[in-house]
Design a protein around this ligand. Structure first.
Ligand SMILES: C[S@@+](CC[C@H](N)C(=O)[O-])C[C@H]1O[C@@H](n2cnc3c(N)ncnc32)[C@H](O)[C@@H]1O
Length: 437
């Protein structure tokens, strides 16, 4: 989906992509009757039985719905946790298992410009027991921007949340989805701010803007109007950089709603419709085949368990002749210390060495594979960043606590130690999808 389409057609796009079955019934809740009617007209084209409701209460006894659409229906309850919980319970009960819940909510007038993160968190971790005793909830497919609003109104904070109703195994874990884990451990709001102070404005990766530009240039000749997927875009620095510097159109995705809410807030201020973002998992979002000139990923894929699946998805999404460039935290060849093993398991990292990356790339079908062990550069950057903090402590401590300062210093020092033992590596990978023969 690269250019503008109407909001009901954007909803239908998800139904076709995500719901792998015919739909028989659709419920639309829209306080604005005219907009509600436009959803009805669009969905009737799919031969579905569509019912339009003007308020949430009308859904309380509904069950087994294939597609539920809420069009700006939540504005009165957004800041009331109890009412939101009631809404989620009703919406989850009203959907069939596997059915889609699509929530369009324009948040441009919200006082908290990062409200999308709070809502995503709410929706993603909500669970309720259904009448058969199943632990049900809404499985996140994506939170996308409303295309039309970004293109036509320069409103980058109008959202479509897309979920599938699912039965989940009961859990007593402190975090219950991987998004929840990312947002509550490594990428809390304070954690992100402190990281950004360390790495540089708009970046959560070694070396900030300057290093990213150096890396991006390894793609070769980027041209205006070309398209790029940025996997694990974070707070958006890399996406904005390629749009600004090269005129490339970027779809940036990230699973951390805290990260992406910052990227979206900044995008809304900058009004750059060459960039769009989605809160989604790189292993879940269904990209169009053969659609990107480039796939880029800075220091994200160590978070992703199945590298083979990721590489084959990247391969499919690239145009023939398209290129992929990834930097990643990786493992070296030295014997791993217990401390390093603990660090890797606490972060839930899946580290690969360059040999393994090469093998997966060949198996996937990539050609012109180039890899590089960039660990010496990683060491230089870690040393620079640590001494920058040591030399600017008063400024850091005017924004953050002593605890955050100590945790960054020890984190950076520990990484330098892992590098000495060839446990921690920083790896580079560039490859091409071949043209058909
Ligand atoms: C170290 S940060 C790098 C951010 C950004 N690339 C940069 O250079 O500033 C890694 C990012 O990967 C994201 N991430 C982790 N697992 C992901 C997944 N399965 N799908 C999409 N993003 C993911 C994290 O939420 C985080 O924002």
């Amino acid at each position: 989906m690269s250019s503008s389409l109407s909001i009901p057609r954007q909803a239908i796009y998800y139904v076709k992509k995500v719901l792998a079955r015919d739909i028989t019934n659709v419920q639309v809740v829209s306080p604005c009757e005219k907009q509600g009617q436009s959803f009805v007209t669009a969905f009737e084209e799919l031969s579905a039985n569509v019912k339009l409701n003007s308020s949430l209460e009308q859904l309380s006894n509904t069950r087994n719905t294939d597609v539920l659409i809420f069009n700006n229906a939540l504005s009165q309850i957004l800041n009331n946790a109890d009412l939101l919980t009631d809404f989620l319970k009703n919406a989850t009960n009203a959907a069939s298992i596997g059915g889609l819940v699509i929530i369009r909510e324009d948040l441009k007038n919200a006082t908290d410009k990062r409200q999308v993160a709070r809502l995503t968190d709410y929706f993603d971790v909500f669970r309720t027991t259904d009448s058969d005793g199943n632990n049900t909830g809404l499985d996140l497919y994506t939170v996308d921007q409303v295309n039309n609003s970004a293109y036509v109104e320069q409103n980058f904070l109008d959202f479509i949340f897309v979920f599938r109703k699912k039965v989940f195994a009961p859990t007593t874990d402190a975090t219950i989805t991987f998004r929840d884990f990312l947002d509550k451990t490594q990428y809390t709001n304070t954690g992100i701010d402190a990281y950004e102070w360390m790495f540089g404005v708009n970046f959560i990766s070694p070396g900030g803007y300057a290093e990213n530009l150096k890396i991006i240039k390894k793609f070769g000749d980027l041209k205006p109007g070309q398209t790029m997927l940025d996997i694990g875009v974070g707070i958006g620095g890399g996406a904005r950089q390629v749009a600004d510097e090269f005129g490339v159109h970027v779809h940036g995705i990230d699973l951390s709603s805290n990260m992406l809410a910052i990227a979206l807030e900044r995008l809304h201020e900058q009004k750059d419709s060459r960039v769009k973002y989605s809160i989604t998992d790189a292993l879940v979002y269904q990209f169009e085949d053969d659609s990107f000139d480039y796939v880029f990923s800075r220091d994200c894929i160590q978070h992703i368990p199945d590298t083979e699946k990721l590489f084959s998805r990247i391969f499919k999404a690239l145009k023939p002749g398209g290129k992929v460039l990834i930097t990643m935290y990786g493992k070296g060849y030295g014997e791993q210390s217990d401390k390093f093993k603990t660090y890797v398991s606490q972060r839930a990292y899946f580290l690969k060495n360059l040999k393994e990356i090469n093998e997966i790339a060949q198996k996937t079908g990539f050609v012109n594979v180039q890899t590089e062990n960039m660990t010496p550069r990683f060491k230089e950057i870690l040393l620079e960043e640590r001494s920058h903090l040591e030399q600017n402590e008063p400024e850091f401590l005017s924004k953050f606590t002593q605890r955050e300062r100590d945790s960054l210093i020890s984190g950076w020092t520990d990484k330098l130690g892992y590098i000495e033992k060839d446990n921690h590596n920083w790896n580079f990978f560039l490859a091409q999808k071949p043209f058909p023969k």
